[in-house]
Design a protein around this ligand. Structure first.
Ligand SMILES: NC(=O)c1ccc[n+]([C@@H]2O[C@H](COP(=O)([O-])OP(=O)(O)OC[C@H]3O[C@@H](n4cnc5c(N)ncnc54)[C@H](O)[C@@H]3O)[C@@H](O)[C@H]2O)c1
Length: 344
């Protein structure tokens, strides 16, 4: 159902919490889009709605007539809310992870795909300038063969309700960005988790995986560190890229083109240290870029979004991380379509 008028697309927001407030700010200023309403059963006690009417029910937003809605309510509710929007013919930009279970993610994929509706997942790291630049450089073959991707995403516990553990909440960023920057899929994953903060879910994970081209992957993710870190490195034939997605900096450490002659240094530092370049890249706000790309997808002008199917694959890998941590064994994933051989 398109309600697009002269002013542009009509968009709504579901969930006005710590992420939803940022969506409200961006939607309110987004060119070509009318921000028509927010749904939150708790109302707008913090004054974050940007003047949009605040509604208690998703049905009320649907009744207002919207082309799409951003889903930023707790992860465990994405499935229910998303299915309601799809049934009403409304597109959706669903916050990550797309759902808290593989089954839920699969139902969302079917609901939106079968109706031909535009839907995407807010894997915002794809809009980080450092990772966008990294992806282009890897695609252009600047690193030669890729050997390894390492991510570290560490920090203190977030002061908000967490209905899922750190694997589904945070490590899904790492799983998605790894597949996206390399253009590969996971073929296996092994992991260990610990739960130290007395909650029902894990709050620290260490995972080792493999991608379809043989690239080795390591993820260290937790809510138990006093410092905040968002680190991605990709090591390959010609050197190593390091992306810091907090500062949106991308640095390349190249292997040495010239052999080191000083023997003592050779022994100490190895022979491979070459030039280091920190790229000057334009730094636009990732959330604004995410919204612009999604709006353009709804308008049929672009397909540069994280699809629900890609979001589902990330949930499949996250489920395999938890399965491996529980069983102590490596879980095989079918790199061809992102599902394991038993069809999970
Ligand atoms: N992309 C990112 O970097 C990023 C960062 C933080 C959170 N998130 C995602 O955003 C989502 C929300 O996380 P958060 O940190 O904002 O949580 P939050 O707890 O701060 O906010 C959730 C909001 O949803 C509201 N809500 C509850 N039930 C609702 C319903 N039935 N309909 C509408 N609203 C409802 C709550 O009242 C609350 O205001 C999660 O899926 C999370 O994974 C993404």
């Amino acid at each position: 159902m398109s309600t697009q008028g002269a002013a542009g697309l009509r968009a709504g927001l579901i969930g006005l919490g710590s992420m939803g407030r940022h969506h409200a700010r961006v939607l309110a200023g987004l060119e070509g889009v009318d921000f028509v309403g927010v749904v939150d059963p708790m109302g707008d006690k913090n004054g974050w709605a940007q003047g949009a009417p605040v509604l208690a029910e998703v049905d009320q937003l649907i009744e207002l007539g919207v082309d799409y809605a951003v889903i930023a309510c707790p992860t465990a509710l994405h499935e229910e809310v998303g299915l309601k929007l799809a049934a009403a013919g409304v597109g959706a930009l669903i916050e990550k992870p797309v759902a808290d279970t593989v089954e839920g993610a699969r139902k969302l994929v079917e609901a939106f795909e079968s109706r031909g509706l535009v839907a995407g997942v807010g894997h915002i790291e794809r809009c980080n300038p450092a990772l966008r630049s990294l992806r282009l450089r890897l695609e252009a073959g600047e690193l030669g063969d890729v050997y390894q991707v390492v991510t570290r995403r560490q920090g203190p516990f977030p002061h908000r309700i967490a209905d899922v553990g750190v694997v589904k909440d945070l490590a899904t960023h790492d799983i998605d960005l790894t597949g996206w920057v390399t253009g590969q899929r996971y073929t296996s994953i092994a992991a260990r988790t610990v739960s130290k903060s007395g909650r029902a879910h894990e709050d620290m994970v260490s995972a080792v995986g493999q991608l379809s081209d043989g690239t080795m992957v390591n993820h260290l993710v937790n809510w138990l560190s006093p410092m905040k870190e968002r680190f991605t490195s990709v090591t390959g034939e010609r050197g190593c890229f390091i992306a810091d997605t907090l500062t949106a900096d991308l640095t390349f450490y190249s292997n040495a083109a010239l052999a080191t002659e000083w023997e003592a240094l050779q022994a100490f530092r190895g022979v491979a240290e070459g030039d280091m370049i920190r790229y000057a890249i334009p730094k636009r706000e990732p959330l604004l870029v995410e919204h612009e790309l999604f709006r353009d997808a709804v308008l049929g002008k672009s397909d540069d979004i994280c699809t629900l199917r890609e979001g589902m694959r990330t949930v499949v890998v996250a489920a395999a991380v938890l399965e491996s941590a529980a069983s102590g064994v490596t879980v095989a994933l079918d790199g061809a379509d992102g599902t394991v051989p038993d069809g999970r």
